[in-house]
Ligand binder design. Sequence first.
Ligand code: HPA
Length: 237
Amino acid sequence: MATPHIAAEKGDFAKTVLMPGDPLRSQFIAETYLENRRLVNNVRGVQGYTGTYKGVPVSVMASGMGMPSIGIYSYELYQFFGVENILRVGTIGGMRGDLRIGDVLLAQGACTNGNFGVQYGVQGAFAPIADFTLLRAAADIADERGLRYMVGNVFSSDIFYNDDEHVTANWQKLGVLGVEMEAAALYMNAARSGKRALAVCTVSDNLVTGEAAGSAERQTAYRDMMELALEVAVRMN
Ligand code: HPA
């Protein structure tokens, strides 16, 4: 059974899917952590793998960048491939001066400047939120592992190179922790599908201090985030 963007069979994906933005990171997660892994999708080079982590079936597939892209892949996984849980594992630009490179942000809510929610026809703006079971599991695991993390709102932007010089300050006034480009659409697709989603993000740069991760720092930070998400997958089994 193939969809326009995923050439796989219905049983090819595990109940829980980790979604990095980057296909190479998907391959890295599969090769580093998944046993008995097999490639289940490679349409457009968007590699999807299914294997086991600590004996639990887990899949990993890239989302691409931005809400249109994660909107397509998460919709097809939830609606056509029986996926129950999607954990976005990505980077985020910190919007608070006290966030350090490598800190983990658990996106409890996701504000957006995008129009993804307009399709639902509600009078007002739907508030995209994480699934509480996934969020609680992730926070528990982050505590157990002694990770530096925060739980709160993020901003899912349609624009990376934003001409509005006040954008960071304006979201910051509302207590928003960081900016990425996917969580809100993922959360809306989960809500519409009656499924679960959580975005687990690593701070890769800080928009207030101008600090940015070096490549070594990035790698360890990403591994903390990936292992956190994999442990959530185990608890959701
Ligand atoms: N903007 C949008 N997405 C991001 C950023 C950013 O500054 N950093 C990491 N992901």
